[in-house]
Design a protein around this ligand. Sequence first.
Ligand code: F6R
Length: 368
Amino acid sequence: QKGGHDSFMAKEIHEQATAVADTLRGRIESGKLHLDEMSIDPSVLRSVDKIIVVACGTAANAGNVAKYAIEHWCRIPTEVELAHEFRYRDPIVTEKTLVVAISQSGETMDTLMAMRHAQEQGAKVVAICNTHGSTIPREADAALYLHVGPEIAVASTKAYLGQITACYLLGLYLAQVRGNLYPDEIAALMEDLDQLPAQVQRVLDDAEQVGDLARAMADVSSVLFLGRHVGYPTALEGALKLKEIAYIHAEGFAAGELKHGPIALVEEGQPVFVIVPSPRGRDSLHSKVVSNIQEVRARGARTLVIAEDGDDDVLPYSDVVLRVPATRTLFAPLLTVIPLQIFACELAAAKGLDVDQPRNLAKSVTVE
Ligand code: F6R
């Protein structure tokens, strides 16, 4: 059942190349994006002036990646809100608001209530879900399924990659319908997206080093995660995985926020993961993150750095470098999160914990 793995979580992590391919399957055809299930009229999509993503936990982290992609490609202001906060703050929602509800289970009560609230104000809702026939996609105006297969482990992994992939498809579809990108730009983006399953597989194939690292760190009591731009939600997701299955205090920060407080936490030996953006990416982002690595290391941190192949700028300041293949900045979250998932999974296993059934947690949270 676990396909030779020690846990469902390990199995699901190793299914992620297939998961991304399954989410993409049949949706890209000769450079054009086909989302037959987008049953919201294109004229409605063209009138959208704001997007609000509502979700919880890992699904909200996927939404935070989506925000960067959708705003960049579609130029639509996009907010991401934890569903339970959204519902109770009298949010501004109109018929021109598009709500994107992301939920693996499709049954998360907080997300369902948020989406119903938005529909009552006239907004259209697109659900991004994995579980067919569940409540959220049934009640939504359109449903985009992940097709990644059932996720058994409580900690979400392959659904996270599927959610991010589905968000990219939604963003590119909106850009296509609204004419924000030229057809050849969309084709080039989709060509690169199509490379992702093979690149995910490469990260999985190279993961032995991460397992060794996790086993050597089984007694740590606190781990920090830093990222910038799309590396920020990746940092949050890395921290969430470690909290939920390894019961280790973990926090993710926007790297630029360091000097505004969190750097005070850094003392001798503090492990800090840093997700480094591509050196070919946007302007000065890369050098800023490299400076952040330098800053925490100067205060005694043990720096565990996730960087693109060939990025040697990180070497002088890294205790450990974990490599990922080069891709577009916006697509990197599908690769950089994998070492963090494996780290949490291996560390929890090394502590002898029940990786698939962490204490106090349920796979689907059907109460508010
Ligand atoms: C984390 C995790 C939870 C869920 C959250 C939302 O690994 O599994 O944070 O992501 O409870 O669940 P869904 O996606 O089913 O709405």
